[in-house]
Design a protein around this ligand. Structure first.
Ligand code: ZN
Length: 213
């Protein structure tokens, strides 16, 4: 669950001296104030909106709005805490890093896939959308593991899975968890695919990845 939120904050920027307050109808001390809204996701990724500078009477809190540019040109540093201003940059950085790693992962996956496809070896594990092989699949996405049992000149014999998933992450998890070695993961009868059939499903992008020890 994502927690979104926002909070109005007030910063006291110093005394502006005394002057007559029209509301109190008396001489009052005035302060330079800044009101702003911090938006956040999970309280960590923050950004600021609605900055408003003003002077306010210390007693009734009424006063005049001030132009942000005029005030900020006189301030030595931003009165808004660093985390409130730059929290969003942290989020943007995380997203950028994830995108780079995602791209690297995709490219290494596709390099190993091409290499292994060209010269299959017993034990290679293909994560395949098997809907591509079926005449009338139950679903458009039926990801499962095909494990090379034997390699023939014109065809490859695979152990066929008995488990299917709607995305490639399901079979990946099974591989990491060592489930492939459990009895019944693969059906007893192998399936044989011709090299042409393998080339066709590859062209249809049905082969997600190939793993080799
Ligand atoms: Zn006042």
């Amino acid at each position: 669950m994502i927690v979104w939120g926002k909070k109005s904050k007030m910063a006291l920027l110093g005394s502006e001296g005394s002057k007559p307050c029209p509301v109190c109808e008396k001489e009052r001390p005035f302060n330079l104030m800044l009101q702003y809204t911090v938006h956040h996701i999970w309280y960590v990724f923050k950004w600021v909106s609605g900055k408003q500078y003003g002077t306010a009477c210390e007693v009734c809190q009424r006063g005049d709005k001030l132009d942000a540019k005029a005030v900020e040109s006189k301030l030595q540093k931003s009165p808004i805490p660093f985390g409130d201003r730059w929290g969003w940059a942290f989020l943007a950085g995380l997203i950028a890093i994830a995108a780079v790693f995602g791209a690297l992962d995709d490219s290494s996956r596709s390099t190993s896939r091409e290499t292994y496809l060209a010269a299959p070896r017993a034990g290679d594990r293909y994560i395949v959308n098997l809907a591509s092989l079926l005449q009338a699949p139950q679903s458009k996405y039926m990801y499962g593991v095909l494990r090379v049992r034997a390699v023939h000149p014109d065809s490859v014999e695979f152990d066929a899975p008995t488990f299917f998933y709607s995305s490639a992450s399901g079979p990946s998890k099974d591989m990491r968890a060592g489930k492939l070695d459990e009895p019944g993961y693969f059906s007893e009868k192998p399936i044989v695919l011709s090299r042409d059939q393998i080339a066709r499903i590859h062209q249809e992008h049905a082969i997600h990845s190939i793993d080799r020890f």
